[in-house]
Design a protein around this ligand. Structure first.
Ligand code: SDX
Length: 443
């Protein structure tokens, strides 16, 4: 094996350069020295959507897309789903180690202390229409939390940071449940700190006139495991948003609002909602071949399939399929499952999907469970956000403490007009619809 370097010859000048290879990467900044003249800015890498760019070093989550491996801080997701709890996993994602008994008790005690939200936030909810999407409400209220905790701007103070971890993890289910109750015109149910994290969430969602809500233990456990499975996923779109906004030293609530906004997109965490809508649209197994045909013709995406990193089965989807059986024991089988299984059966043998390495991802089956548990489709991305909050926090802390990181500010390739003089009003010709022609370099 030779040296860990890359020798590049610039054929424009005949010069050669030797760049260091470290951790399977070259530093993009090492390309800058490659110039054709002293005035030349030097080379950059061009990588739209960062498909081949490492933006950071991270110890939080490891994914092997080819082998379908997912580990949080080195622990396989299968073991955490089987043996851990969401709050214990949240601690692991943020602090890097599993808590001992005393640390876990203190962690859970502090989280219980922060489940309530300021009454003014509850009143803010009243400003939304009855049919407001709960994810839009969550994004708004996460940002609003920053106005109640101005000290959170002291992002380098470890004690102040810790308080925000508690608030973000503890209050997100309350914000989520309050948003749901608002859309149903139901009175808010306040947290019941006697219950577990998932149990209290179910309480705030479903409690009616009974004196004390008693969560179904199977559904409570299933929800806790689903939160674990959504805990983190390395540099996904929303984690990137959390890091990018956090890199300007904005407070963690504004960064979390940005992350939740990114997650809301149908290509990211909003996919679980789109999967259910897709299954309802398909309607029956006999319609599956026709739908798949439309996908293969490029008319539609098969929501819940495909992944930027996994080119194999998403390990989370496997585990979720197992949870579905347990939930359906309680709720009754979701008939849409048959359509989902048929879609998977066809896709896993059809060359269109096999060639593109499209497998079910975390969003393909989760919605079936949520629907069986009584959640409306609009709540699915909100459930994803609850699970992902500790991951966003873990990524945010790691970014802030990484000496290599600073404010995120990518470069660009400019394809716009060269210098031109201002045009007097009477000299202007009617412009075609700019948005329609924007992709053409201006002449
Ligand atoms: C999540 O990043 C993460 O880790 C995200 C996440 C997390 O935990 O944070 O795992 C959560 O967001 C899961 C993904 C949820 N989204 C969906 O299920 C939406 C449907 N999936 C696609 O939008 C897509 O697969 C992405 C966005 C997930 C990944 O897209 P990529 O990596 O940019 O892949 P691509 O668009 O370059 O696709 C490669 C080819 C293309 O075909 P060709 O142009 O080569 O002919 O595969 C096709 C795509 O058209 N393709 C699909 C498809 N996904 C990709 N065709 C049909 N249906 C699909 N779902």
């Amino acid at each position: 094996m030779g040296k860990d370097t890359l020798t590049i010859t610039d054929n424009r000048t005949g010069k050669t350069y030797e760049l260091e290879i470290k951790d399977g990467t070259i530093r993009s900044l090492d390309l800058r020295q490659i110039k054709v003249s002293k005035e030349d800015f030097g080379l950059m890498g061009y990588d739209p959507a960062f498909t081949n760019t490492a933006s950071c070093r991270s110890q939080v989550t490891f994914i092997d897309g080819a082998k379908g491996i997912l580990m949080y801080r080195g622990y396989p997701i299968e073991q955490l789903a089987e043996q851990s709890s969401f709050l214990e996993t949240a601690y692991l994602l943020i602090y890097g180690e599993l808590p001992n008994g005393e640390q876990l008790d203190e962690w859970e005690g502090n989280l219980k202390h922060h489940t309530f939200i300021h009454e003014n936030i509850r009143k803010l909810l009243g400003g939304f229409r009855y049919d407001a999407h709960p994810m839009g409400m969550l994004v708004s209220m996460l940002g609003a939390l920053s106005t109640f905790y101005p000290k959170s701007k002291r992002i380098r103070d470890p004690e102040i940071r810790k308080e925000q971890f508690y608030r973000l993890i503890a209050k997100t289910p309350t914000l989520a449940a309050f948003s749901f109750r608002h859309t149903r015109g139901l009175p808010m149910i306040y947290p019941d700190n006697d219950l577990s994290y998932a149990g209290n969430f179910l309480n705030m969602l479903w409690k009616m006139s009974e004196a004390k809500y008693e969560p179904n233990p199977v559904l409570e456990k299933a929800l806790d495991v689903l939160f674990i499975l959504h805990g983190d996923h390395e540099q996904n779109c929303s984690a990137n948003a959390m890091r990018s906004v956090g890199s300007s030293e904005a407070d963690p609530y504004c960064a979390a609002a940005a992350a939740a906004a990114a997650l809301y997109g149908p290509l990211h965490g909003g996919a679980n909602e789109q999967v259910l809508r897709m299954l309802v649209e398909i309607g029956s197994i006999k319609n599956v071949p026709g739908y798949v045909k439309r996908v293969k013709e490029g008319e539609l995406l098969l929501m819940g399939f495909g992944h930027r990193v996994y080119k194999n089965y998403d390990p989370r989807a496997q585990i979720i399929k197992g949870i579905a059986d347990q939930v359906f024991e309680v709720t009754g089988r979701n008939p849409l499952l048959d359509i989902a299984l048929e879609l998977e059966r066809i896709a896993l043998q059809d060359d269109y999907f096999v060639k593109r390495k499209l497998y079910p991802n975390v969003d393909f089956y989760s919605g079936l469970i949520y629907q069986a548990m009584g959640f409306p489709v609009e709540m699915y991305p909100v459930l994803f956000a609850i699970g992902r909050m500790p991951g966003w926090i873990g990524q945010w802390v790691e970014m802030l403490d990484d000496k290599e990181q600073k404010i995120a500010r990518p470069r660009q390739i400019y394809t716009g007009y060269q210098k031109r003089d201002y045009l007097a009003l009477d000299k202007r010709v009617p412009v075609a619809d700019k948005a329609a022609v924007a992709t053409q370099a201006p002449t």
